[in-house]
Design a protein around this ligand. Structure first.
Ligand code: ADP
Length: 514
């Protein structure tokens, strides 16, 4: 049997809890076991020179001393989560159970320290994990809501969009139809879902013939991966019509886009709107144009005739100043005539009034005519005109002579305007197997590279052209391009600033405009 002191000694030394005994009065330590040394980092000797106040952070002392008092009185046995200040100034947390006891004459308080730092850390990490999990959940919830919102927004957008939207699957069956599509076509979306688009409503071409299923833009999109757009105006492409359920017909502008996922076409979207109003406005514009073209031309030609009469001094001699003024009025009037001519050409082309002829055009004769008509303008600028066509008498193409001439005149007039004194301008043509390529080459100011892609825009003039000739309109090439479109031809050019430009017109021998 162990003696009591031996028993006490073993418990004291092997205990899993730290044990400290403090004098109740002085609060100095009397005993310390190995475990408390491990918890605090102090040796036994060090601890025996210390007291309660030395092993806790200062800020926590009032509470700890209060609890110490209660433990002495026996009203509280265990105090939890007490910070213990270690020798290395780090903090361990302990639950401390304590009992007062009398050893000899000394009244002691025995404290049993259970180190809960590790537990606390686990609790802390658990808490953090909980917070993290909650955050993830919240994020998920947020994403879910955002997705729902986005879906709702898409849905609202789709439904409120001012155009008819119909989506079809890869077999041409309707899978979605928005309100506007229902309204425009007088159809009920619910009843249309699952039906073939071809059966849902008919489409007519310009002549009123039904467009066969294989030619419907939406079917073409399913096959071809390309976006098809039919235009809103008559001049730039064929017009199409949709037929409502009640049989009424309206002109329509359609954009069809295939839906491609992983490089496979999984369906197509047909976006369309009724262009009845645009067509009406177009007709009004056309009516106005034919009226305006007569009304504007007449007074301008009248003025031209009057000025010329005065210029030729038929009504009497003019003094130097009068001559100068009359010349200026003449130039201004010429500019106005040219401008009105160009504007009317554009409007006429847009209005689709211009009809296209098919006639045999003898190219050498055409080029000669053009050079003759431009000689005066070239001479006044000191420019020399050439042609490379002298020996090709039978060189011909079937197209619209007037349109061809207008385009080439525009090229030659630009070449003259943007060349300098004594430079050459060459007009020529070359035969290729499927086309004739006309060209106009100058060695003039050229077009700055940065501005090249804009020169076909209406009213656009390159900076160097504006400096050299402030009075141009920036309409010539725009008209030329539209005219080229009418005869199925293409315009291209090469140009280098300060070196010169060559403009090409490629007229196919067999045009798909036939
Ligand atoms: P405009 O000659 O009345 O300005 P155009 O539409 O005929 O209008 O030409 C547009 C612009 O293209 C010109 O302002 C000029 O900057 C450029 N351009 C056209 N032809 C030539 C050319 N042969 N040399 C240099 N610049 C040219």
């Amino acid at each position: 049997m162990f003696k009591d002191t031996e028993k006490f000694q073993i418990i004291f030394e092997k205990a899993g809890d730290g044990i400290l005994a403090a004098d109740i009065k002085t609060k100095r330590f009397i005993f310390a076991n190995p475990k408390i040394c491990e918890i605090t980092g102090y040796s036994e000797n060090e601890l025996l020179k210390m007291g309660v106040e030395d092993i806790h952070p200062k800020k926590d002392l009032p509470y700890i001393l209060e609890q110490f008092q209660k433990q002495i009185e026996g009203t509280v046995v265990i105090i939890k989560n007490i910070p213990v200040l270690k020798k290395d100034r780090a903090i361990s947390y302990c639950d401390i159970s304590a009992w007062p006891a009398k050893v000899g004459n000394q009244k002691l308080l025995f404290g049993f320290f259970r180190d809960i730092t590790a537990r606390k850390q686990i609790e802390e990490s658990l808490k953090n994990a909980k917070i993290a999990a909650r955050n993830v959940l919240e994020d998920l919830q947020f994403e879910k809501e955002a997705l729902a919102n986005a879906n709702a927004k898409d849905e609202a957008l789709l439904q409120s969009i001012g155009e008819g939207v119909v989506a079809i699957d890869k077999d041409g069956k309707i899978i979605l139809m928005n309100h506007m599509a229902e309204q425009i076509l007088s159809l009920n979306a619910e009843k249309m879902i699952g039906k073939s688009l071809y059966e849902a409503w008919k489409m007519l071409d310009e002549k009123g013939n039904p467009v066969p299923e294989s030619m419907r833009p939406v079917i073409a999109a399913l096959r071809g991966k390309t976006t098809t757009t039919t235009t809103t105006t008559t001049n730039t492409g064929p017009s199409y019509f949709y037929v409502r359920k009640n049989g009424t017909v309206f002109p329509v502008s359609i954009t069809v886009t295939p839906v491609i996922v992983n490089n496979k076409i999984i369906g197509a979207i047909d976006i369309f709107h009724d262009i009845t109003k645009e067509k009406e406005a177009e007709k009004l514009k056309t009516d106005f144009l034919s009226l305006a073209s007569h009304q504007l031309r007449t007074p301008l030609s009248g003025t031209k005739w009057l000025i010329e009469t005065m210029r030729r001094e038929i009504l009497g001699t003019l003094n130097k100043k009068q001559k100068e003024y009359i010349d200026q009025i003449y130039q201004l009037n010429e500019r106005m005539i040219h401008l009105v001519f160009e504007m009317l050409s554009i409007l006429r082309l847009e209005g689709g009034i211009e009809s296209v002829k098919k006639e045999t055009v003898l190219i050498p004769i055409l080029c000669k005519d053009i050079l003759i008509s431009m000689t005066a303008a070239a001479k006044s600028m000191g420019i020399v005109l050439y042609s490379n066509l002298k020996n090709h008498k039978d060189f011909a193409i079937r197209t619209d002579q007037e349109i061809l001439k207008n385009i080439l005149e525009c090229f030659v007039s630009n070449a003259i305007n943007y060349s300098r004194d004594r430079q050459k301008v060459i007009l020529g043509a070359e035969e290729q197997s499927d086309a004739v390529v006309f060209f106009v080459k100058d060695s003039g100011i050229g077009i700055p590279e940065k501005e090249q892609k804009k020169i076909f825009e209406r009213f656009y003039r390159a900076s160097n052209a504006k400096d050299l000739k402030p009075t141009g309109s920036g309409l010539g090439l725009n008209i030329a391009k539209m005219l080229a479109g009418k005869i199925g031809a293409e315009i291209s050019f090469e140009s280098e600033e300060n070196k010169g430009s060559t403009f090409y017109l490629r007229v196919p021998k067999r045009s798909n405009k036939e």
